[in-house]
Design a protein around this ligand. Sequence first.
Ligand code: SAM
Length: 279
Amino acid sequence: MLNPEIARIEVTRHILRAFDIHASKRLGQNFLVNPSVVKAIVETAEIKDDDRVLEIGPGIGTLTQGLLEAGARVTAVEMDKKLPAVLRETLKGYDKFELVEGDILKVDIASIMGDGPCKVVANLPYYITTPIIMTLLERRLPISRIVTMVQKEVADRMIASPGGKDYGALSIAVQYYTEPEMVMTVGANSFMPSPAVESAVMDCVVRDNPPVSVRDEKMFFLAVKAAFAQRRKTLGNAIQGVGITKEMAHDALMKAGIDPQRRGETLSIEEFARLADSI
Ligand code: SAM
């Protein structure tokens, strides 16, 4: 059975002291110090022997060790220049680990992961959660599943339904590309140092096909972006943001059977698809 040693608080404390590592706020460093959360993440990802996994921000190797113990082949991208020396020591003896030094938003993920299918598993740096998720979704990489630790507030946005304050462009993108599920919430004391916010583990299984068909995906996401860029505006006004006149916006909404007085946050994914198709 999985034995995520590094996640034990005394082990993490020892490693940080031994390598003189001070968690960097700027890099969103909150190290996991709860072995049962590591186990839960690895189990959620349903890791099988030789599964190829992209890990974002391995830190001192806490989650990485759980993944490797479960048999995964892990390629991890880490930006902090101090951590490779630590990882060489903490993950010594695991031969299915490869480290790529760099910024996840800049590395060419397709070239480091190759063509075959892979899973993404990560305790994300919270300051760039949304750009990372959007990059993974939009690049059409052969990713089958994305299991991540995120702020609870972001998890709420990922699974939000139309009508509420959490519903927005992120909800639509995540639900268009994946079937998202909030697996568990995780308290601040499972991390060192403790973040100021509550966290949650998200399981996003990438869909083979989107839940709605749209003629032009680019226009679909442009319409979503325009609708939420000015949340308080009615759609009749906001949708002009895709680059059309007020009259054209009005006509497109009428053609799609959507009242121009409604706001974007009330539209379902199906309605956004209909609207995009009629612009
Ligand atoms: N995986 C470790 C754990 O669970 O304890 C560390 C998680 S910590 C929340 C986030 C990690 O992402 C840190 O190791 C940080 O240095 C790294 N990181 C921050 N920004 C990054 C970026 N742009 N690209 C790659 N890694 C980054």
